[in-house]
Design a protein around this ligand. Structure first.
Ligand SMILES: [Zn+2]
Length: 610
């Protein structure tokens, strides 16, 4: 890990405009001291997302996402902490300084930088070859035939690898890159006798870039019959196949703006669509979408429109992606291109970007897709084929998102299966119960299990602890008094304990200058920043009085004592000395006192000034 100097991080933190950064993903409106808008981390209609511009913190009351400036950039741009700092430094024109850290960390950083430099050189080299070399004329012709113009090829930095065995190797060595560099970047293959040779020969080169547009590896396509048709970079320190998404860098802005992204199979599909004015499009690498790829996409938008071949492999891949995406809470749709065309052929055949958008407007939902898939896989002309389709559809229909959606599909199914109304009703009744996450129409669903065990207990503690800390921040005078009587053992999770440390430090120090760094630092060092962000945002948004803080303090004590009692009840049973039994009785008396105090809290008539 490269160590960026503390001073540089502080500089970036000071220079960045939180509202501007968040504003790239969602529209923000001023609401008091904060800004609010619709959450860029989950789908919602009414705004529950808050940004505190002074502290540069965010929090969503809907999904609980929260953190500081760097955390936000990490999440939305898919970067690690150092990457987020570099991204912001880039944006706000700050030159970063690195600490003289461990020798190994430096070596690692230099290694990665060297590989990046080599991959950039290789990209530029392949580009030059494609556009200028005589030997690349067939490649230029091929792209032209496919209807792809010069502009879009240059935008995605397409290239061509010459057919020789060490053309790239020689070019790279002339730039003082070693064979080891080339091997590490996946650009050459170790040959017999130790002489490596070019991995990519005679292929059109598609650079696979990270979210900032830096080449990590290549996808390479033949123009003839050589096998394999597509050859990709191997796993390297920079390139990981399971995370690769072609075109995401170019698609990000439009995908965020339109709040949807189209996922196609081929590189040329991406190029053709972009050329037709559909910019929010990416290609999966191969047919199976991985969880890592879906996560990268989910950071840009949660609405994915899959547009894969309708062949068996494509259907299977979509089905898996749909199931996986559904588990991740993504909203998935299937765009069907008519006549077995791929998206590139479709837009180039005259339909254009408008035609494609019209198809997308008719995209199938997950349910429609599965229903049609089930209907397509059985021979509906035969009674036993219909019976099998029927059996499969019972399960499929139980996954309907809404009763209305399910009823619509039921009519379609009944029609295709030549079923009577009687059978349809049977299908309807039988499909509701096994609903896995779906809503069964009008049927009284059982209440959520009560008690809820440990998870619910922690949830309740979290809410109380966060609210208490927010109150302390909002009422600093009162906060300082009660916090003096509180230590970390009062808090149930490491998250809220971390938040307690920051709030305490902040109230003790008073100085506004310190708090910003303290808060940012605490939030960046681990994942504990979410609770802190929630505390800070709520302090500025909810109304707290000194009496409310008193009450929260009492409730915090009650929860704390209750936890001690619960623990003692277990251990006291096997304690032969009897000391624990005595302690138990003492604690129960304490709890009674605290409860009595809560009961007799005076009613708050006039809110104090915050
Ligand atoms: Zn949210």
């Amino acid at each position: 890990m490269p160590l960026i100097a503390r001073a540089s991080i502080d500089q970036v933190q000071a220079a960045a405009d939180m509202v501007e950064i968040v504003g790239q993903y969602t529209e923000l409106r001023k609401a008091g001291a904060n800004y609010s808008g619709r959450c860029p981390f989950h789908e919602e209609r009414t705004p529950s997302f808050s940004v505190n511009p002074a502290e540069k913190l965010y929090y969503c009351f809907g999904c609980g996402a929260g953190g500081n400036l760097f955390g936000f950039v990490q999440a939305k741009e898919n970067l690690d902490f150092a990457g987020a700092v570099e991204y912001l430094a880039d944006r706000y024109g700050i030159e970063l300084e690195y600490e003289e850290s461990s020798a190994r960390g430096d070596a690692e950083r230099h290694r990665r930088e060297r590989l990046r430099a080599l991959l950039e050189q290789a990209t530029a080299y392949y580009e030059r070859v494609l556009h200028d070399a005589g030997a690349a004329a067939p490649a230029r012709e091929y792209l032209k035939q496919r209807g792809l113009g010069d502009d879009v090829c240059r935008q995605f930095r397409l290239g061509f690898s010459l057919a020789g065995w060490d053309k790239l190797r020689e070019a790279a060595r002339a730039k003082k890159f070693s064979d080891q560099d080339l091997l590490d970047a996946g650009l050459v293959v170790p040959g017999k006798g130790g002489r490596p040779y070019d991995r990519f020969r005679g292929r059109i080169m598609f650079p696979l870039a990270d979210d900032r547009g830096r080449t990590l590896g290549f996808g390479a396509r033949t123009m003839g019959d050589e096998k394999p048709k597509y050859l990709n970079s191997p796993e390297t320190p920079l390139y990981h196949k399971s995370e690769a998404v072609f075109g995401l860098h170019a698609a990000k802005a439009a995908a965020g703006r339109e709040d949807r992204v189209y996922v196609v199979e081929g590189y040329t599909d991406v190029l053709a669509l972009v050329q037709a004015g559909v910019h929010n499009v990416v290609a999966s690498m191969g047919t199976a979408l991985t969880e890592q790829q879906l996560k990268r996409l989910a950071r840009v938008t949660r609405n994915l429109y899959l547009c894969f071949d309708a062949d068996a492999a494509g259907l299977g891949a979509m089905s898996r992606a749909l199931t996986l995406g559904r588990k991740m809470g993504l909203s998935l749709h299937v765009v069907r291109v008519p006549d077995g065309l791929d998206p590139a052929d479709y837009v180039l055949s005259g339909a254009g970007g408008e035609g494609f958008r019209a198809l997308a407007a008719d995209a199938q939902t997950l349910l429609q897709f599965h229903v049609r898939l089930a209907l397509a896989t059985h021979d509906l002309d035969k009674p036993d084929g219909r019976a099998r389709a029927f059996a499969q559809l019972k399960g499929v229909l139980s996954k309907a998102a809404t009763p209305i959606e399910r009823d619509e599909e039921l009519r379609h199914v009944a029609d295709r299966l030549q079923l009577s109304a009687e059978s349809v009703r049977y299908l309807l009744a039988g499909s509701g119960r096994s609903a896995e996450g779906g809503d069964a129409a009008g049927e009284g669903r059982s209440q959520p299990p009560q008690g809820g065990g440990a998870a619910a207990a922690v949830g309740g503690a979290h809410e109380l602890e966060v609210r208490f800390l927010a109150g302390c921040l909002a009422q600093p005078q009162k906060g300082r008094v009660v916090l003096a009587a509180v230590d970390e053992s009062f808090f149930a999770t490491t998250e809220t304990r971390a938040a307690l440390r920051v709030v305490k430090a902040r109230l003790e120090r008073e100085g506004a200058g310190n708090t910003l760094q303290t808060a940012a630092k605490a939030a960046e060092e681990d994942d504990d920043g979410e609770a802190l962000a929630e505390v800070v945002v709520r302090a500025g948004r909810e109304r707290f009085t000194a009496t409310v803080v008193d009450e929260l303090f009492l409730r915090l004590q009650e929860a704390h004592v209750s936890r001690l009692i619960a623990r003692l009840k277990v251990t006291a049973q096997t304690d032969e000395s009897g000391k624990q039994g005595a302690e138990l009785i003492r604690l129960q008396a304490v709890r009674r006192t605290v409860r009595e105090a809560i009961r007799t809290i005076p009613v708050d008539e006039e809110p104090d000034e915050g």
